[in-house]
Design a protein around this ligand. Structure first.
Ligand SMILES: CC(C)(COP(=O)(O)OP(=O)(O)OC[C@H]1O[C@@H](n2cnc3c(N)ncnc32)[C@H](O)[C@@H]1OP(=O)(O)O)[C@@H](O)C(=O)NCCC(=O)NCCS
Length: 144
């Protein structure tokens, strides 16, 4: 791996500006309407669900949010400058482990068709179940 090994830890409120910058800086799965992600949702994931960041060299390289009640991977985003160094995999593995610990037997998510993320999920054993109304790929992955 290039750079320092990532450390996966829980997100804190102080991380939010950097997390927001990463979310707005990705080149694929761009957020078409930022107002659709509310402060209340972000606080809920941080305080009550699963919200993890990957740290490398003192910087936050990426983050993930998962819903321990439903098994949804709500977000997985890595700064384009930090892609291809294992942060996405480390974050996803940690989120899936946390979901499994919460008793979830199958995780699910949606992602844009034809993206790096779609290829990434397929390589990591996610199975497409179809397309959503907005033509995103719907993926599931059994846990355990
Ligand atoms: C999809 C996404 C999360 C992947 O993150 P990433 O950090 O680049 O992922 P990884 O580095 O773990 O893996 C990607 C590839 O990088 C390479 N890679 C992984 N670890 C590596 C390492 N230690 N050294 C060199 N290359 C490595 C591999 O080719 C790997 O492919 P593999 O999974 O078959 O091993 C990221 O590209 C992203 O945020 N995309 C934009 C936003 C998005 O679409 N998010 C998903 C919304 S649902």
């Amino acid at each position: 791996m290039s750079g320092a090994s990532p450390v996966i830890r829980k997100a804190t409120p102080a991380d939010q500006p950097r997390i927001h910058a990463i979310r707005m800086g990705v080149r694929e799965n761009v957020l078409s309407d930022p107002s659709r992600v509310t402060d209340a949702e972000i606080a809920w994931y941080r305080d009550q669900a699963i919200f993890l960041v990957a740290e490398a060299g003192g910087d936050i390289a990426g983050f993930t949010c998962a819903n321990h009640q439903t098994g949804l991977i709500w977000a997985l985003f890595v700064d384009p400058d930090h892609e291809g160094q294992g942060h996405g995999r480390a974050l996803l593995d940690a989120a899936l482990a946390a979901l499994a610990s919460a008793g979830i037997v199958q995780a699910h998510l949606t992602t844009g068709a034809g993206t790096r993320a779609e290829r990434f999920y397929r390589r990591h054993g996610w199975r497409e179940t179809g397309r959503s109304l907005d033509e995103n790929v719907v993926f599931v992955k059994p846990l355990g």
